[in-house]
Design a protein around this ligand. Structure first.
Ligand code: ATP
Ligand code: MG
Length: 380
């Protein structure tokens, strides 16, 4: 069946009103769409930029149906949505990406199993359903491991690093889960991500890989295009495109990857939505990831992924707001090529993403130097 096109003037529904939903809503507004969001938080970041915000849990099918009845197409900015909610939406409006994609992605063990079955490159991993199974898995994987909740983790939350089987009982208790994924700690040379957009009409567009630097398991800064060997970029692009095609994603798919010191390239995890590591597309590319998400959700032609100028971003975490004096906005706004992006979050907490800085440069390295200088000037 040929999917209908949703034209400007139509209404887009977004499951989730966090910063990703907010930035998607802003892009949708620029294109002349109306926007509705659904989020459990009545003060979510998208609230002030959408036409209507429904305050409801991501398991509330009635609320999801209400969102869908008032929308021409619905997309999402978070994986943590009940499958029954996605199915409820799909009864009234196209849900992009749909429940089939989310079923695979939102459970870490299922996602890894799906990737392994498809022959996609993964590091050594096991699933465990008890402290005893966890101890066995850690032993089998050689001791140094990352133990991750099967559901709901982000920004390194829902994860613990262990060094031997003896850590299993504490790790199991700390995560308090019915199942966990255990991964051997890998010898990383660098981290990268690839963003693929795929529309219902089957068109795809792939951004160049971003180069990502994490601190304490949270993305600290990211660079686009990632300064990576041509062979690595080409392979990463090929893998990401193949995963998107195999999953038949309608919308965006970000594939996070690890480049190991021995040169091998492995898939870390998937995210079927806009991604922190592509915030730089707002200043680097002809089409931002947020506009691309809107185009894909509406079955419109996808936009050019061309990088006009290399760009870098630095995340601004709540820690900066908690420091004496807080962020020095005026100093940073005086710096040429630097932009400030804030998400409108009221309460700053340690590790909470409050905004980011971006900078363009003549090369990726130049952009990174500029954004780092800006972060220092801001007080990071
Ligand atoms: N097996 C591993 N070996 C080495 N480092 C790892 C491994 N797993 C995770 N890490 C580090 O921890 C970071 C976060 O891990 P992961 O992406 O699984 O977590 P997350 O909480 O889902 O993160 P996100 O914020 O991307 O949703 C990785 O980007 C990487 O820096
Ligand atoms: Mg990750």
């Amino acid at each position: 069946m040929k999917s209908r096109v949703v034209l400007p003037g139509g209404t887009i529904g977004i499951l989730g009103g966090g910063q990703l939903g907010r930035m998607m809503a802003l892009a949708a507004r620029t294109l002349g769409f109306q926007v509705k969001a659904l989020d459990p938080d009545a003060t979510c970041p998208a609230l002030s930029v959408v036409d209507e915000c429904i305050t409801a849990s991501f398991a509330d099918e009635g609320a999801a149906e209400k969102l869908a009845r008032g929308s021409d197409t619905v997309t999402l900015e978070i994986e943590k949505v009940a499958l029954s909610t996605l199915e409820a939406v799909a009864r009234h409006a196209p849900m992009r990406p749909g429940a089939d994609v989310l079923r695979v992605v939102q459970h870490r063990g299922r996602q890894k199993g799906w990737l392994a079955q498809g022959g996609f490159p993964l590091g050594p991993w096991r699933e465990a359903h008890s402290a005893a199974e966890l101890a066995e898995a850690i032993g089998a994987l050689g001791g140094r491991c990352f133990v991750k909740s099967s559901e709901g983790g982000y920004d390194g939350r829902g994860q613990v690093e262990v060094t031997s089987s003896a850590d299993a009982p504490t790790a199991w208790q700390e995560l308090g889960e019915r199942s966990v994924v255990v991964e051997a700690a890998l010898d990383l040379q660098s981290e990268l991500s690839v963003l693929v957009a795929r529309s219902p009409r089957g068109e795809t567009a792939v951004y160049p890989p971003a180069y990502n630097h994490h601190e304490e398991r949270i993305l600290a800064w990211s660079l686009l295009p990632g300064p990576l060997p041509e062979k690595v970029s080409a392979r990463a692009t090929e893998v990401a495109r193949a995963i998107t095609e195999a999953l038949q994603v309608e919308g965006l798919l970000v594939v996070e990857m690890f480049l190991l010191r021995d040169g091998s390239l492995l898939v870390n995890e998937l995210a079927p939505r806009p991604h922190n590591s592509f915030h730089s597309t707002e200043v680097a590319c002809l089409t931002s990831q947020f506009e691309q998400a809107v185009r894909a959700a509406c079955n419109l032609p996808l936009g050019s992924v061309e990088v006009v100028r290399p760009a870098a971003i630095v995340n601004l975490l709540g820690d900066l707001w908690l420091k004496e004096g807080g962020p020095r906005f005026e100093d940073v706004l005086a710096m040429p090529g630097v932009r400030l992006h804030l998400y409108g979050k009221r309460d700053a907490r340690k590790g909470r993403k409050m905004g980011h800085l971006s900078a363009v440069g003549s090369t990726p390295e130049d952009a990174l130097a500029r954004v780092k200088a800006a972060a220092t000037a801001l007080g990071v």
